[in-house]
Design a protein around this ligand. Structure first.
Ligand code: GDP
Length: 143
């Protein structure tokens, strides 16, 4: 089992000035921030990131949303990171998300749902590499 996952604080949450509150929720849940940056995705980068959804009817809306403003990708570490982070953020649609989850607390809709979380160890590795170099992950340095 891998112990890493990729979170993104999405443009809706950045616009609402929720970056600090969301990172606090994440670290209070026991995740360690390994790397973080603020960046504005290009259409190519967002389309590549969500490549698996390219046949879905909402793909263009998703790319438009993800390029609508800056976002904050965060490489996270914790035992059982992927599953525990999905639990912390809640269901895709905040209306279906459990009480206390990040999407329930901070998201407005199924489309603009405040945060991303990797859905498998394999995708976590790919997604972390989408945003961070080995140097940015400080892989060559001790903890
Ligand atoms: P996740 O793993 O919970 O993020 O959900 P999915 O992998 O199913 O979808 C990826 C992202 O696409 C979601 O987090 C939403 O931002 C967006 N999305 C999902 N469903 C819809 C939809 O019906 N319409 C739009 N516009 N966006 C959607």
């Amino acid at each position: 089992m891998s112990n890493k996952t990729l979170a993104i604080i999405k443009p809706d949450a950045v616009k609402k000035n929720l970056v600090g509150q969301i990172i606090t929720k994440i670290t209070e849940a026991g995740f360690k921030v390994k790397a973080v940056k603020m960046t504005k995705l290009t259409v190519d980068s967002a389309g590549g990131f969500y490549e698996v959804h390219k046949e879905r009817p909402f793909f263009n809306d998703l790319v438009e949303f993800m390029t609508s403003g800056p976002c904050v990708p965060i490489a996270l570490e914790k035992e059982n990171a992927v599953a525990d982070f999905r639990k912390l953020i809640g269901a895709t649609d905040p209306a279906q998300a459990d009480e206390g989850t990040i999407r329930k607390l901070f998201a407005d809709s199924k489309a603009e749902n405040a945060v991303h979380g990797s859905d498998s160890d394999e995708n976590a590795a790919i997604e972390i590499a989408h945003f961070f170099t080995r140097k940015e992950l400080l892989e060559n340095y001790p903890n």
